[in-house]
Ligand binder design. Structure first.
Ligand code: ARG
Length: 589
């Protein structure tokens, strides 16, 4: 289906051509003065120079051509040379009927399907998930779903931090506590137990303990570093332990992400790119990009146009150890070999921006990535702060544990909704979980990703205002009217939609027609907040429309069926949209 704005532009462009002007001047846009008109064309202003003519004369000639066109109810020249346009109610009604038939609600897939890898989540095995990981998961998941809906082949990769010092620390601690375990027998090369020697709760206690000791005690730190190096060189016992750490962590992470409605296609990690590092380093040296600086191997990435210092990209430390940059570069090689992506999008804390600037520049400069074929994109997100303006902490001041956050929010929703009648306690708990997730995700996604925001529980769970629960409430309200209508008129035929009558109805129709624009916007800008804005507008339009009429008591059956068809369409659009954001509505609340 063609977008409404494109259909209008096409008509107006034809009119420009008929009037003797360049058709490209006929591009229209939603009006920035909705009180005056719905759409506007400013092409006559731009054409004035070319045609040495007052813009209003051009605009008037074009408006004359369009006079009487059934698509419009108003085409008006306004000095100094604007064309103000309103779409005819009957045309809008026809458009609504088309949207009702189209399961994509007017949002076309892109003509060319691209392969896109989204690197998000980024948890570190054995370390607790923190707020940054929460934001990455929520935003990345939505970007993934939107791109997929646009028809692209999208691969979500969790990119585990599974290769760093934290593993050496755990090994060191475990060796102190249980030196008799077979993993520490240097002469043993295989036949290690299948069962892990710890549970996730053990790991959750072991890691912070080891990390603390490693900070306080030099000898302990050296031991942890040595264990890390041995692991990376292939020590069989350490490798076996490392596998256990990953398996135990990953199954816990999967459960956590499932609760968030977040799903990854790939569970690769930093360790997976290790085999690609040696050849990459050799190539960078051979091509003359990498050179030794104070013993470390680096590639310069500073540009003349930079206004800030961009330090060289560190490829190998002086002791020969691979760095965070190294793994990200080698991972690019691996991804190109496996998937030949057109785009790789990294959804990571914006405080890591400089890291990615250096990695991207280095990848392009050294020819790892051909900029014409594949773009590397950084979607940096801001911090989720508490009401005190500092990074969000749990009540006891610890780092966020995702389960606790989810539980706190759904408990708060539960408390708030209790006593509202109808629902059994069990159903209420399930509803509170759904609404709680919507509150968290919408509260996050409704902000531009790069902005910091304040996690304010009471505001996030409010049923009024720009919140997830408000959207849920709007959807549930429609569901309940549909149900009542179905009960009272089981044979009514839906789908015939009447022209809008009055401003509120017209606004609702026009907003429904803009779903596709909102999806495109969100896709092109990697900005799910555009879609949030849209569903908030749509929900407001729906609630205003609804407040104006009593649908269930409408005496004219044709009108009633039309109203019901329209609100059903609103529900379908909202369902599609919230699914792209990564949550869904309960049946009742
Ligand atoms: N594990 C990292 C962290 O916790 C995030 C990984 C982001 N992705 C990447 N390709 N570097 O900070």
């Amino acid at each position: 289906m063609k977008k409404l704005v494109d259909q209008i532009s096409e008509k107006v462009s034809e009119a420009f051509e008929i009037a003797g002007y360049d058709p490209s001047l006929g591009r229209c846009a939603p009006s920035n003065r909705p009180d005056l008109c719905q759409y506007q064309c400013n092409g006559a202003m731009a054409g004035a120079k070319t045609y040495h003519m007052a813009p209003f004369l051009i605009a008037q000639k074009v408006a004359d051509v369009l006079a009487g066109d059934p698509m419009f109810s108003k085409v008006e020249m306004v000095r100094p040379g604007f064309i103000n346009i309103d779409v005819a109610p009957a045309f809008l009604a026809g458009l609504m009927e088309q949207l009702e038939q189209d399961h994509r609600r007017g949002a076309e897939p892109d003509a060319e399907a691209k392969t896109i890898i989204i690197d998000y989540g980024g948890p570190n095995v054995a370390k607790p998930l923190h707020v940054g990981h929460l934001r990455s998961a929520i935003i990345g998941e939505s970007i993934k779903r939107i791109a997929r809906f646009k028809g692209h082949k999208v691969i979500g990769d969790v990119h585990l931090g599974d290769w760093g010092l934290q593993i050496g620390q755990i090994i060191t601690e475990l060796k102190l506590r249980q030196p008799e375990l077979p993993y520490f027998d240097d002469s043993k090369t295989g036949g290690f137990p299948e069962e892990p020697p710890f549970t996730i709760s053990d790991l959750e206690e072991i890691y912070p303990c080891a990390s603390k000791k490693s900070k306080a005690d030099e000898a302990y730190k050296a031991a942890a570093q040595e264990a890390t190096a041995k692991l990376q060189e292939g020590h069989p016992g350490y490798r076996a332990l490392w596998r256990h750490i990953i398996n135990v962590s990953v199954s816990d992470l999967k459960q956590n992400y499932k609760k968030l409605n977040v799903e990854f296609d790939l569970w690769k990690g930093e360790s997976d790119c290790q085999p690609y590092i040696p050849a990459m380093v050799e190539q960078m040296k051979a091509d003359g990009y990498a050179y030794l600086s104070d013993g470390a191997l680096v590639v310069d990435v500073q540009k003349d146009s930079d206004t800030r210092e961009v330090p060289p990209c560190l490829i190998l430390k002086s002791d020969g150890a691979a760095q965070y940059e190294t793994t990200d570069l080698a991972t690019i090689i691996q991804r190109q070999q496996d998937f030949q992506p057109d785009r790789i999008i990294y959804v990571v804390d914006k405080r890591q921006e400089l890291h990615f600037v250096r990695v991207f520049r280095c990848a392009y400069k050294t020819g790892l990535v051909d900029e014409q074929k594949c773009t590397l994109e950084f979607v940096g997100f801001g911090t989720m702060n508490g009401k005190d303006g500092k990074p969000f902490k749990t009540r006891d001041g610890g780092v966020l544990r995702l389960e606790y956050l989810l539980r706190d929010v759904s408990d708060a929703v539960y408390e708030k909704s209790r006593g509202n009648g109808e629902l059994s306690d069990e159903e209420l708990h399930q509803v509170a979980e759904k609404v709680g997730l919507a509150a968290i995700k919408y509260g996050d996604l409704s902000n531009q990703p790069s902005k910091d925001y304040i996690f304010d529980l009471n505001r996030f769970i409010a049923f009024e205002g720009n919140t997830g629960p408000y959207i849920m409430y709007t959807m549930v309200r429609i569901k309940s009217i549909l149900k009542k209508f179905r009960e009272s008129c089981p044979d009514a035929v839906l789908g015939h939609i009447l022209p809008p009558d009055g401003q509120k109805e017209t606004n609702l129709y026009l907003t429904l027609a803009r779903f596709s624009d909102a999806v495109d916007d969100a896709y092109e800008q990697n900005a799910p907040n555009r879609l949030c804005r849209y569903i908030y507008d749509l929900s407001n339009c729906l609630n205003q429309f609804y407040a104006d009429r009593n649908i269930m008591k409408e005496p004219d059956p044709e009108k009633q069926a039309s109203y019901v068809s329209v609100i059903q369409l609103v529900l379908k659009v909202l369902e599609l949209a919230v699914d792209l954001l990564g949550f869904d509505a309960p049946e009742r609340m």
